[in-house]
Design a protein around this ligand. Sequence first.
Ligand SMILES: [Zn+2]
Length: 82
Amino acid sequence: MKVSRGRLWVQMLKDRLIIRQGGRCRICAKVIFVEHAVLDRLDGIGNFTPENTRLVHVHCGILVRRRRTARGRHTSDVETIE
Ligand SMILES: [Zn+2]
């Protein structure tokens, strides 16, 4: 199976962030595994860099996105590549 560069980058970023965050979700602070994690961009128009992303649970990411949407801000700031 061909793996795109973008996908590889996301995987690398997730591995890095999970170490940086001590294996905890940045929203609920519970244990998180890469398989159940999504990348949440702090700045929705920024790039997927270690500085601009944090690792959160899939469901936590959805909650945050809803909250942001409710405030009328960007809506597509949670990366859904898994
Ligand atoms: Zn969480």
